[in-house]
Design a protein around this ligand. Sequence first.
Ligand code: SP5
Ligand code: ZN
Length: 359
Amino acid sequence: MKTMPVLFNDAHKAHNPKTEFFNGKLIPYPESPERIAGILNHVSELKFLELIDKDETIDVKNLIDIHAEGMISYLETISKSSKTILSNEDDYYNTNHLQEKDGYLFPSVFPTRKIMNNILDSPSGFHGYYHFDNEGPIGEGTWTAILSSASLAFNASQIVKSGDSISAYALCRPPGHHAGTDFVGGFCYLNNAAIAANNMLELGKVAIIDIDYHHGNGTQDIFWENPNILFCSLHADPKFEYPYYSGFSGEKGGESAPNSNINVPLGKGCSGSEYLQSLENTLDQIKSFNPKSLVISVGFDAHEDDPLGLFKLSVEDFHTIGLLVEKMSLPTVFVYEGGYNLKMQGLLTEKLLRGFLGV
Ligand code: SP5
Ligand code: ZN
């Protein structure tokens, strides 16, 4: 029977915000450690998955192809000082533009960078600057968790790149696809899928398929000018859904990489058959790009019972997604992104991977 290595690690539990500010309200934070717990519980009995507890963290230098060095050091510093920053009397700006809730820091000013390009000269001076929304709370365990999450993606790509396995799954948390070159948001800090894709380039051109319900604006940003990486995202139309400001079909890649970006915005209530038809069209376009490997940004928030999504995909549709991806016959790295119905994450993981592995 075909098996797949599934990499996980407990370090994500150190990042556990309880609340976030959204639409002017304090609401429960949906991106919780229970998401991973539910998957591990469910898949631990499945013989076709080889669960690997991987606690090897990667060197930060592996992140600099992907993220601005200033942002990486901001994330590490603000996380490690999150407990003391608001009481630091030398930090003139801290209490003016930071809020703290249950040990997590939130910015309140998001400078547009044309003229608001002044980095505040204080320890908290980068807060806001690197955030595009208020869905990136940072507490003392955040750095540990995000570096571990990025490491799982990198290590999964190492397994596939080396030929040890034709596919691997990184159970990343926090997710990554909203994190760009120099911005964080949408529960994402480091772009795990981008880190995996960048590593897979050694095999030749890479295609990324992002099936999370939300547009992968961060991954799009990172590879916008890279002609060797085709980024494809199927998602809720930004006309009505987060992240609103990108994900339109006219976004096709930068000047150095025309047609290296494919966005497929889909309407409210999108059905399984409409979704699968769009995925098949996208896979046909990927074939003409002739990639040597695939990275799948896996979100389960397109499922009909997801609390954040408005699509109507069934459990069976995720099985079919697995089958369609397998038909590409390419080395494939799966990276976990969103999906917020805690009861469904395990079953949806199983179905997707059964489809892919044909078991
Ligand atoms: C990785 C990922 O899936 N990030 C998603 C970020 C979504 N942010 C918008 C959250 C809006 C919460 N609204 C709750 C509506 C409940 N009906
Ligand atoms: Zn999502």
